[in-house]
Ligand binder design. Structure first.
Ligand code: HEC
Length: 252
């Protein structure tokens, strides 16, 4: 009997998680790890808006400098605002117990967040997904993270969305032109922000790009090496064809 109840419970909870997972539609983050300027902007934005609460415990400042073509003095001037040294890991000073008291949850380290969530799309949609909800302690809720403990830290830039922003799956049908368009974002703002929707999308995309990079820093190099390998193979192919022709020339 106990076994039967247990099996039923497992079945119900697994089908629930599939259902809830499927219900959330995510906006696509068109990230580009080869865009160094976007990664540099993302790094700066991360330090300014996220690092106070979310450390990046597995990355060092000097690694970021060499990957993103930054000099030591640029890193010291624009990225380091605490006691950290150029060679330090990006560990912040927030005390977990305090954070838990303030936010109801500890802000997690974000180095691996994209891998945990499965794709950069989640973080991208999350950062654009805050909206007004007076019932919550910080007055906001989130489309992909219901009852989130994090405040809307990009409020000044995005503004405060009056209702849950719509996702890219939201299809708008124009009966005059019979065109269908996919719209995303906030439809009505309670309080306006300093950026328009496109500027904010760009801002969040840079941040998402940077967060994707810190999770897999070797990808920058492997992409570069991959291109050289392809080039080498192509040259080899040309020579092989020439050699093949040369060999068979006398046989025919
Ligand atoms: C004032 C502190 C604070 C700041 C600043 C902050 N966050 Fe958070 N963040 C939190 C807390 C607290 C949570 C945990 C929320 C929960 O579990 O309810 C969280 C959760 C998250 C999550 C979800 C993590 C998970 O495991 O599901 C992501 C992603 C995230 N934050 C990204 C960011 C980014 C990017 C920035 C900068 C734009 C940022 N946060 C700035 C406090 C903060």
């Amino acid at each position: 009997m106990n076994k039967l109840i247990l099996t039923l419970l497992v079945f119900v909870s697994s089908s629930y998680s599939v259902a809830s997972g499927g219900a959330v539609s995510l906006d696509h983050a068109d990230i580009d790890l080869s865009d160094k300027e976007s990664l540099q902007r993302g790094a700066k934005n991360y330090i300014n808006y996220c690092y106070g609460c979310h450390s990046l415990d597995y990355v060092r400042y000097n690694r970021i400098a060499s990957d993103l073509d930054l000099t030591e003095s640029q890193v010291v001037d624009y990225l380091i605002f605490d006691e950290s040294k150029y060679t330090s890991l990006m560990e912040n000073a927030i005390v977990d117990a305090d954070a838990k008291k303030w936010f109801g949850a500890t802000p997690p380290d974000l180095t691996m967040i994209n891998r945990i969530k499965g794709s950069p799309d989640w973080v991208y949609t999350y950062l654009k997904g805050f909206y007004k909800d007076e019932a919550r302690p910080w007055g906001v809720n989130n489309t992909v993270f219901p009852d989130v403990g994090m405040p809307h830290v990009l409020f000044e830039l995005q503004g405060l969305c009056a209702h849950a922003p719509v996702s890219e799956d939201h299809v708008v049908y124009d009966s005059l032109s019979e065109n269908q368009t996919h719209e995303s974002g906030c439809e009505e703002f309670e309080i306006a922000g300093s950026m328009n929707a496109e500027e904010f999308d760009e801002f969040v995309l840079d941040l998402t790009n940077f967060i994707a990079y810190v999770g897999e820093p070797w990808k920058l190099k492997s992409h570069k090496i991959g291109k050289w390998v392809m080039f080498y193979l192509l040259v080899l192919l040309v020579f092989s064809i020439a050699y093949y022709r040369e060999l068979w020339k006398d046989v025919h």
